[in-house]
Design a protein around this ligand. Structure first.
Ligand code: ZN
Ligand code: ZN
Length: 310
């Protein structure tokens, strides 16, 4: 048996920059970023588009420090959202070229530098002292894990539905609106979409929930913050969630603890999947085998003269 060395905590950072990148530079830049992370045993997902860069990555403290310096050198100031975990929160290191670094699917929505930002301190002061409407710009399943007290949930399934929500929301155009998301990037586009609809008094939480919780744990944000990696969510202290798991069948956050109907391992699944017999299993693989075995047993019963018994 060999002993594993005590691991230092894994450092995680999320950041984005809207910074024009020439289309013919994307492939070279991708290779450069891939090599940078591979050399330092980093893991995570970074998106590149002609509008900029967006990513969440993890690695040693040194690697993450170097990554931040590297990005700032290339793309200018970035508000990084940091947290830690005991183990890597991604399986692999990947850098992908996409049409957008956050997909709203409207060409006219083009952020150009920080616009109508409130720091966590300014946000806190404003919600405590003014009559504001707070909008959560995230998808419905994220909102169910935690949200700002009193915030509107637009009930969207994907971010590209946000502009439709704005059009039909009925929120007065002169109302002061405060908007937030996980790390700020979705609001950069959601805010422009609102302004294009005639809203004049919209602000976004700079750095999103992750930046807010760092300054104001156990304050106006209630519950946990969904994140798109193995942690599923982070708690008020930005620690990996102990409450939420990720449903192996549909990838939604979930809290229901079960014993796999096929292999007896403990697992967590979501309520809707629990309503489906084969999904009371620990994995897609177990669900598939459970379904196949059930079908086989059914056929065997039929062949062995099961007909007519009932
Ligand atoms: Zn599910
Ligand atoms: Zn199983």
């Amino acid at each position: 048996m060999y002993h594993r060395e005590v691991q230092h905590p894994i450092h995680i950072t999320a950041g984005y920059a809207f910074h024009p990148i020439a289309a013919d530079r994307l492939v070279t830049l991708r290779k450069e970023l891939l090599a940078f992370g591979a050399d330092r045993a980093m893991r995570g997902l970074t998106l590149l588009a002609t509008e900029g860069i967006n990513g969440t990555v993890c690695g040693s403290a040194e690697a993450i420090g170097a990554w931040k310096e590297f990005l700032v050198e290339k793309f200018g100031p970035i508000v990084f959202k940091d947290s830690t975990a005991d183990a890597p929160v991604f399986k692999r290191w990947s850098v992908k070229i996409k049409p957008e670094i956050v997909a709203i699917k409207i060409d006219a929505v083009k952020p150009a530098g920080p616009h109508q930002h409130l720091s966590p301190e300014e946000w806190q002061k404003t919600i405590e002292s003014e009559d504001v409407t707070i909008i959560d710009a995230r998808n419905h399943f994220e909102v169910t894990v935690g949200k700002f007290r009193g915030a509107i949930d637009p009930h969207i399934q994907s971010f590209s539905e946000f502009p439709d929500f704005v059009r039909t929301s009925g929120i007065p155009k002169d109302q002061k609106v405060l908007m937030y998301c996980t790390g700020g990037i979705r609001c950069e586009k959601a805010l422009i979409a609102m302004e294009q609809e005639g809203y004049k008094n919209v602000f976004q939480l700079e750095g999103g929930i992750l930046a807010y919780l760092k300054e104001f744990p156990e304050a106006a944000f209630e519950g946990e913050c969904f994140v798109f990696d193995k942690r599923v969510a982070v708690d008020q202290r930005l620690q990996p969630s102990k409450t939420f798991g990720m449903c192996p069948h549909c990838s939604d956050p979930c809290t229901l603890r079960i014993t796999c109907a096929r292999c007896d391992h403990p697992a967590m699944i979501c309520d809707p999947c629990n309503a489906s017999l084969y999904r009371r299993t620990c994995s897609k693989n177990c669900a598939e085998i459970f379904r196949r075995d059930a079908r086989k047993n059914h056929l065997a019963t039929a062949k062995s003269g099961g007909y007519g018994e009932r």
